[in-house]
Every structure is written in C-alpha cells, then in structure tokens.
Ligand binder design. Structure first.
Ligand SMILES: [Fe+2]
Length: 242
C-alpha cells in the first residue's frame, strides 16, 4: 500500500483501507489502559526480581537450575494448555515457590543430615509462609495460593491441606515436579545431588502417587534432551554429581 494511502487510512481511522477488519484506533483511554498494563507488567517483574534476590541472599537459589527449571515449568504449562493468566501465575510460582523458607531458621535450613520430627514440622510450614507474604501483593493472590499447595501429593499424602488429584491447582502440580526434581539434583554442603537420569527415574516411579503423571510425562519429554547441557553449564555435570 502506498504510504500516502496508509497515512490517510490511519488519519481517517478506516480499518478496511489498512487491510484489517478488527483495527481499533488508539484513543486517549486505550492508550492509558496500555500504559497501565505496561506499568503492571514492569511492577510484576520487579517484584519477582526483588524476591529472587532475597532467595539469593539466603542462599536458597540453585542458580542456573532454578531459572531453567522455571522455563521448563512454563513449557509444561503451555503444552498442557494453561491460559495466559495461569501461565503468569506459574512463572511467579515456579521462581518463588520456596520464598517462605526465608522464615525457617538457618539451623534447620542448613542442618547437615536428617531433620528430626520437630524440625521437619517447622520446615513444612514454608509453603504457608510464602502464601502469607505473596497474597498481600495485589495481582499475586492466585500465585500465592499455587505456592501454598506446591507440596501436595496427588494421592492426598502431601501438605499442608492433603488435597488429592485435580483438587490441587494445576500450577501447583507443575511446581511440585520442578521443586522435587531441583531438590534431587542439587548438591548441598552435606550431600551431592543425584544424577539427573536417576532423578527422572524417581519422578516416573512416583507418578500417580506423589506426582501428576501427565505433568511428569510432559516435563520429561523435552527436559531430558536439554539436561546434560544445562547441568554442564551450571557446573554440576552428571559425572560430578555422582
Ligand atoms: Fe518447597
């Protein structure tokens, strides 16, 4: 289309001339809405970054693993057909699901070896702490609920509510798999992480009891192919994790 004709179409707001049928001309109101949407998106990203830094300060991030696992979680969500709003909540929940651990004493977080029953009971409160913090932020209420349920098991033996199967929000079911996988493969001062193939075997073994089978299948289908590269980049290759 000649530029002059294009310009005329824009000035006179004639969508047909622009070759689009659903063209909606900008108005002061729609521009304002767009600006507010951009501000909300920027604020959302800032909050995620700020909380992520808090996790770093408490040494609760596993570096490249966390980010990559969050990306894989998003891809699982897309494959499973989650709506855009759910995917946004999934991004928050995947990155910040363990934010409540900042409320757990270091003596428990960093205890070498097994926790006793009292310590384990305290540790199990971290989803609740995360929910309590994030629900106070406008726009994060739903992600806060997803975080609250990220340690539920599909057989109802998880915590804090003992929800079963589809009672557990789908975002939480995805994060459960990511979180468990991350925990299995990450090295701690007192133990080395499992090789990723063994972690995958355990995910499959607990499909239908601890984990949602569809989520595990979907996660494995693409994560497995990229795993060796990611782990090598993170400095915890398969051989060093053995
Ligand atoms: Fe957790």
């Amino acid at each position: 289309m000649p530029f002059a004709l294009l310009l005329a179409a824009m000035v006179t707001k004639q969508p047909a001339l622009l070759g689009v049928t659903s063209y909606v001309p900008w108005t002061p109101d729609s521009l304002r809405v767009k600006q507010v949407e951009e501000q909300v998106t920027a604020l959302r990203s800032s909050v995620i970054c700020a909380f992520n830094q808090l996790l770093d300060l408490k040494d609760l991030n596993t570096g490249v693993h966390s980010t990559r696992l969050a990306e894989w979680g998003m891809r699982v969500g897309q494959e499973l057909g989650l709506e855009q709003s759910e995917l946004q909540n999934l991004e928050v929940a995947a990155l910040l699901h363990d934010i409540g651990k900042v409320g757990i004493p270091d003596a428990i977080l960093r205890k070498p070896g097994r926790l006793d029953s009292g310590e384990y009971a305290q540790m199990k409160r971290h989803p609740e702490y995360g929910w309590a913090v994030l629900r106070m932020l406008p726009g994060f209420e739903r992600a806060a609920l997803d975080i609250l349920h990220h340690h539920e098991n599909v057989d109802g033996k998880g915590y804090p509510a003992g929800l079963q199967g589809s009672e557990i929000p789908i975002v939480s079911r995805i994060v459960t798999v990511i979180d468990a996988f991350d925990a299995m493969v990450s090295s701690r001062p007192y133990r080395v992480g499992l090789p990723h193939q063994e972690a995958i075997r355990r995910l499959v073994e607990s499909s239908g009891t601890q984990f949602d089978s569809a989520v595990v299948q979907c996660f494995i289908s693409f994560a497995q192919a990229e795993m060796a590269t990611v782990f090598a980049a993170a400095g915890t290759s398969v051989s060093s994790a053995l």
